[in-house]
Design a protein around this ligand. Sequence first.
Ligand SMILES: C[S@@+](CC[C@H](N)C(=O)[O-])C[C@H]1O[C@@H](n2cnc3c(N)ncnc32)[C@H](O)[C@@H]1O
Length: 294
Amino acid sequence: MPNAVLQTNSLLLGDNLELLRGLPDACVDLIYLDPPFFSNRHYSVVWGDAGEVRSFSDKWAGGIEEYISWLKLRVQEMYRVLKPTGSLFLHCDHHANAYIRVQILDPIFGIQNFRNEIIWCYKSPSNTKKYFPSKHDTIFRYSKTALFTFNKAAVLIDYDALTLERRRYAETRSKGIPFKGKAFEVYLKGHLPNDWWDDIPAGGQMSKYERMGYPTQKPEKLLARIIAVASNAGELVLDPFVGGGTTVVVAQRLERQWIGIDSSPKALQVTAQRLQALENVELGLGLELKPPTL
Ligand SMILES: C[S@@+](CC[C@H](N)C(=O)[O-])C[C@H]1O[C@@H](n2cnc3c(N)ncnc32)[C@H](O)[C@@H]1O
């Protein structure tokens, strides 16, 4: 893209299709997107004492075809701006995940560059009578080529207590006889999470310091895992549907550069407030939230 300008650590207001077209080719290391899910709902939350409305619409008169063509145009631009070593994580759910994988991601990235279908499980109240409550989202992970960042050591999680207990027992039992298998200390380093994540609470279970009253806001811990595994310090993370700003706030905490795009002025206002609050807390690799001093 000739004459394209790259200004990092910036929030861009407008339709992401136009704004993505203004970015140079192959400049981004990691893209996370959490677009409208084809839920055919309008999301709005009345926030604070002043009754401010934070909202966006996910209604599609032209049905799934309209939604898929709308999203596909945008993912094509995301593919263009991604570096050859870059990765994309697309967050969706049962409303359109099958269509998105088969009609958008496989054709654009190539089936060979599909890396994971991550299932994020969460808990929240439900009163469904004729369905099992739907309590998971899908996050598709694709790389642009076979050469991509995957920082295993940055995302290890602890083994559960029972596994550790069993390993310790197995090792101590083998008194005198050389112990075969991994040493207990190796287990203490932890393991990679599976491709289903049930250790990251959503919604009302997120920390009160991170809840911004932005509809469908995602937890910082979820973005921390994605950004830590698929990018390195100093690299550029892009969220073209930034909403309440989770991705850019976590990118800033993890010392990445970032660009956030949203068509809603309210979304960018919430994001800017969040980034400003962050200036008042200690930056660094600690993923635990500290209260922002607003
Ligand atoms: C599901 S929300 C993102 C929530 C975000 N991940 C968070 O943690 O707060 C989707 C966002 O996409 C924005 N959006 C929808 N269509 C857009 C478009 N064409 N260009 C830019 N932003 C768009 C909406 O305004 C909304 O803020």
